[in-house]
Design a binder for this molecule. Structure first.
Ligand SMILES: [Ca+2]
Length: 151
């Protein structure tokens, strides 16, 4: 479902190279996730398994698993729709509002984590670590998926 939704949003039709690439990458992410997180091997990742996996990541963000790194790069490339190596506010709002978050909230989120500038891959990586690892509820990285409040 994620593959189809993402490809539809970006206009990548089945059979195109981008569609194929996205499919392969997301399946790799899913395999990596399942190998690491599905502790009881039932083919599903439970809420508990998901949290325990990211908790382990949070204890040492420099030792991210390969799929976690691929996932981070994938999200960056997804949001950098122009492909110029920076995410700007318009790109971010377009992509995140397609998940059902209001464009206003997306803009607020972007301004909070970007400090008003565009976001490079290096900066995104630091924000990503914050999102999963920071104990600070006000860490800018908490907004990288477009939400600004978490209740
Ligand atoms: Ca861009």
């Amino acid at each position: 479902m994620a593959i189809e939704r993402i490809c539809r949003m970006r206009g990548w039709s089945p059979g195109t190279a981008k569609h194929q690439e996205t499919r392969e990458l997301l399946l790799k992410v899913w395999d990596g996730l399942r190998n690491r997180a599905d502790a009881n091997r039932d083919g599903q990742v439970s809420h508990e398994e998901w949290c325990s996996m990211w908790d382990e990541y949070a204890r040492d963000t420099d030792r991210a698993l390969e799929w976690q790194h691929s996932y981070m790069n994938f999200m960056f490339d997804l949001e950098d729709t122009s492909g110029d190596g920076c995410i700007d506010e318009e790109e971010f709002t377009t992509v995140c509002s397609s998940y059902g978050i209001s464009p206003e909230e997306c803009s607020r989120a972007f301004r909070k984590f970007s400090g008003g500038d565009t976001v490079t891959r290096e900066a995104f990586e630091e924000l990503w670590k914050d999102y999963f690892a920071s104990e600070n509820p006000d860490a800018p990285g908490n907004c990288i998926f477009g939400k600004t409040s978490f209740d």
